[in-house]
Design a protein around this ligand. Structure first.
Ligand SMILES: C[S@@+](CC[C@H](N)C(=O)[O-])C[C@H]1O[C@@H](n2cnc3c(N)ncnc32)[C@H](O)[C@@H]1O
Length: 260
């Protein structure tokens, strides 16, 4: 298999997760930075979500990644961003935080260049032993539909348990963000094609299905109880009492607002 198609396969589940994450961000007014942008696999999606009026500046430490002339590429280090403080409306850092020698410094740099209230999206992965709830398919589908209904009605997404989200949450808080970190089972995520911007609706259900087994039941129960029958609630209470512990490759999605 060619290196480029292998890379596309590796990043396919991240694209759908990125789409879900971007849908929870406020529309930026001003320019956006993509830190460690690589060869620009995520650019069509970023352009499509942010729209034609939002300039997207891509930064990478490798000059060679900016071969395409249509990109606003800047060569630089994520840990010493060559941009003015308080100048940028939003930022993202995808599949790269773990590559930096000092990830906290990279987050602090992102925070420095963002305007007060600006948002950062960080997408990374982790391999962990996780507590999971093995929802039967029909129950999981019902929970996923109800959870999406609640999000559409204005509820905030639920944070992953601190076992999974804790380290990234702490790093973002130390960098002066107010983060919300969600965890998804990476190999259960829908795979999107970088050359075709996927429909959000088609991605979202499958992403939630990849998130549900990892979500702590008490806050999910509190959110969904008004929508579930007492029979389903009782069944869920029983299932949640028998979690499993298993090794998981996780996609971690953090969206954090710069504190004022
Ligand atoms: C796995 S690729 C991810 C690329 C892109 N974000 C994506 O999702 O397709 C990691 C990128 O990080 C860049 N990188 C590594 N260390 C960096 C640093 N200190 N500052 C800026 N970019 C860096 C690499 O050159 C590479 O392009």
């Amino acid at each position: 298999m060619e290196a480029t198609s292998l890379l596309a396969q590796l990043h396919a589940p991240l694209l759908s997760l990125l789409h879900v994450g971007l849908s929870h961000m406020t529309q930026p007014i001003g320019w956006v930075v993509d830190v460690a942008a690589g060869t620009g696999e995520k650019l069509p999606l970023l352009r499509s979500v942010f729209g034609p009026d939002v300039p997207i500046v891509e930064l990478d430490i490798e000059r060679a990644v900016f071969a395409t002339p249509t990109r606003l590429g800047v060569v630089g280090d994520a840990q010493a961003l060559p941009f003015r403080s308080n100048s940028c409306a939003a930022g993202c850092c995808i599949a790269s935080l773990g590559l930096f020698g000092e990830p906290l410094l990279a987050l602090a740099e992102m925070e420095r260049i963002l305007r007060p209230g600006g948002e950062a999206l960080v997408l990374t992965s982790a391999s962990l032993w996780a507590q999971t709830i093995p929802w039967p398919l029909d129950v999981a589908q019902e929970l996923a539909h109800r959870y999406i209904d609640a999000l559409d009605a204005g509820a905030q997404p639920l944070a992953a348990s601190s076992d999974l989200a804790g380290p990234l949450t702490e790093q973002m808080e130390r960098a002066n963000f107010t983060p919300l970190v969600r965890a998804f089972w990476l190999d259960r995520l829908p795979k999107a094609d970088a050359s075709v911007v996927p429909e959000l609706a088609s991605m979202r259900f499958d992403c939630v299905m990849a998130e549900l087994p990892l979500l702590p039941w008490p806050p999910l129960r509190e959110l969904l109880a008004p929508q579930l029958s007492s029979k389903v609630l009782h069944l869920c209470d029983n299932l949640a009492e028998e979690p499993q512990i298993e090794p998981c490759l996780l996609g971690l999605l953090a969206v954090g607002r710069k504190r004022r």
